[in-house]
Design a protein around this ligand. Structure first.
Ligand code: FAD
Ligand code: SIN
Length: 539
């Protein structure tokens, strides 16, 4: 097949990828490749909303202070300043793309929700389906641009470096590493196509599927981090995995999220015996920052041998609940729980990846031609713990900046890549042992949940490291012998992400924010008030 050639290649169609694509579209041809359909993304499931300074009682300084406090000493202050100063402009930009936030009296005509760790109401939302509303509007805008071509059911496999173009030439390291495209698996045919571009954005979302229980959809297999790591990019702070405290505990609900905004409207966490407990852990009780709430629930469940705690929602007016949270109301009812009449059983589940591909405040990675934004990126905004509803904001703010930077590169500096050799399938044959892949998936996600979950110890981490090492060896054998499929590619990426999470966790001999190691229960500012940065060359 002919090599598709573009100025910009965008990998991923969540809020970060689409924002970037819309901004660069006037400056060249754009390809968006996305693993499933255009809308399928973490973004599409976002409930609570997007944090921004909109209320009269609020200010960027207050949003800054809340973000820094949640981040437990590791936030990049310049990045946070950019984040909070741009909230209003970005909400207005989304409105200009057609996003309809819920109207109200609280913030310039918008209704503002409240979530854990925020000292003010500052969450713009579209009832409890904010992400779906954002995706819908951005997708409609993308369709109006002739310069954007969308490739659905196309999964990026690996990035292509300049060295691939001229394997026989000796290139300077900086030139050899320049990214000039990606190998992409075409879902419908199983063929691997090489896309070339002058600038590539990775916006593939997070790594939630590494854990057995997660609020994330299936696309969240950390493909971007894995691809970036394999070409030598720097990866930071993978130990900081955020567990959302309140996912519905139900055998087939797949950890359905009960938004923190529900606690913002008065819902209270209770033990199975009906007692409240959060006041023992934090002065904000049920509305404490997420790391505190998840750790407290985990501790209470382990102490009592319980599988869940309750979220008491019955004090919220039964008329208003379905109006404010229609999606949560309907979904809970489908699973047999009417939140206006009975308490909801909830438990923590993996939710958000604070670490990722290290970027500058302009979305640049350590590799020329490669940009990164959204949950895949580590801008330093979240530090050791993300403040609720800061991720949609981070994704738009920094995708927008990455776009500005990529446009400059394409206008002034990027060489047009020449022909890239096609993907070499080697002696690969059809994998007839699907059971092997399924088994490895299950083993990996279970061991990550049990050994690398909310509470860690060195012994558990070392066990995980050794098991993951074995799995990676087996996957690599399979990888080069079998024809690649999305399942095999995702398994390979999940295993690599697991290795990076464990490696970062082992290097941090303290507890801070989302990383809780019972062997080092205290925070150690003297030795560990710094990011954990790793790359291919040192792991
Ligand atoms: P995503 O939206 O995850 O998009 C990633 C895209 O990359 C997808 O299109 C995917 O198909 C594609 N992709 C992945 N791998 C490949 C590949 N190899 N090749 C091609 N395409 C690929 N944050 C908030 O701020 N407020 C909230 O209220 C909120 N609620 C949430 C509720 C839930 C249930 C979840 C799961 C998350 C929530 N978050 C919330 C977090 C937030 O939604 C995400 O951090 C954010 O949407 C990430 O956007 P993104 O563009 O970086 O990635
Ligand atoms: C939620 O609605 O509780 C999720 C918000 C977030 O992850 O920021």
């Amino acid at each position: 097949m002919k090599t598709p050639k573009f100025d910009f290649l965008v990998i991923g169609s969540g809020i970060a990828g689409l924002t970037f694509a819309l901004k660069v579209a006037p400056y060249g041809s754009v390809a968006i490749v996305t693993k499933k359909n255009l809308a399928e993304s973490n973004t599409n499931y976002a409930q609570g909303g997007i944090a921004a300074v909109l209320g009269e009682d609020d200010s960027p300084d207050l949003h800054f202070a809340d973000t820094i406090k949640a981040g437990a000493g590791l936030c990049n202050e310049s990045a946070v300043r950019i984040l909070v100063d741009n909230g209003l402009a970005m909400v207005n930009q989304l409105i200009s793309f057609g996003v309809r936030f819920s109207a109200g009296e609280r913030g310039g005509g918008l209704d503002l929700g409240r979530e854990g760790g925020h000292s003010r109401r500052r969450i713009a939302h579209a009832k409890d389906s904010t992400g779906a509303e954002i995706e819908k509007a951005l997708i409609e805008s993308v369709k109006t641009h002739k310069s954007i071509t969308v490739f659905e059911s196309h999964m990026a496999v690996d990035l292509v470096t300049m060295a691939k173009l001229a394997p026989e030439k000796v290139l300077a390291a900086s030139t050899a590493d320049r990214i000039v495209g990606a190998y992409v698996l075409k879902g419908q045919t199983g063929e691997i196509v090489t896309f070339t571009a002058k600038a590539v954005l990775l916006a593939t979302g997070g790594v939630g599927k590494v854990f057995l229980y997660t609020s994330n959809p299936d696309i969240a297999s950390g493909d971007g981090v894995a691809m970036a790591y394999r070409v030598g990019a720097k990866i930071a702070n993978m130990e900081f995995i955020q567990f959302h405290p309140t996912c519905l505990y139900h055998p087939i609900a797949k950890s359905f999220l009960i938004s923190e905004a529900v606690r913002g409207e008065g819902a209270v966490l209770k033990l199975q015996n009906g007692e409240t407990f959060m006041e023992k852990y934090h002065e904000m009780a049920s509305l404490a920052p997420r790391d505190v709430v998840s750790k407290a629930i985990d501790r209470e469940m382990k102490k009592r041998g319980d599988d869940f705690v309750y979220l008491d929602t019955t004090m919220i007016s039964p008329e208003w609940f379905p109006e404010r949270f229609p999606h949560i109301y309907e979904t809970c009812k489908k699973f047999g729980y009417d939140p206006t009449r009975r308490m909801l059983p909830v438990a923590p589940a993996a939710h958000y990846t604070c670490g990722g591909v290290q970027t500058s405040i302009d979305g640049e990675t350590a590799i020329a031609g490669l940009y990164c934004a959204g949950e895949t990126a580590h801008t330093g905004v979240h530090g050791a713990n993300r403040l609720a509803s800061n991720s949609l904001l981070e994704a738009v703010v920094f995708a927008d900046r990455a776009a500005t930077s990529a446009v400059e590169l394409v206008k002034h500096g990027a060489p047009q890549p020449g022909p890239v050799p096609p993907w070499d399938p080697g002696s690969a044959v059809e994998e007839d042992e699907l059971v092997v892949i399924n088994h490895m998936w299950d083993e990996l996600r279970r061991l990550m949940w049990n050994y690398v979950g909310v509470a860690r110890t060195d012994k558990r981490l070392l066990r995980a490291k050794s098991r993951i090492g074995n799995l990676i060896r087996e996957i690599n054998e399979n990888y080069w012998q079998a024809t690649v499929t999305t399942d095999l590619l995702e398994l390979r990426n999940l295993a690599l992400n697991s290795k990076l999470i464990v490696e970062c966790a082992l290097r941090r001999k303290e507890s801070r924010g989302l990383h809780f190691n019972m062997d080092y229960a205290q925070t150690d500012d003297k030795n560990f008030k710094r990011d954990t940065v790793i790359s291919r060359d040192d792991v």
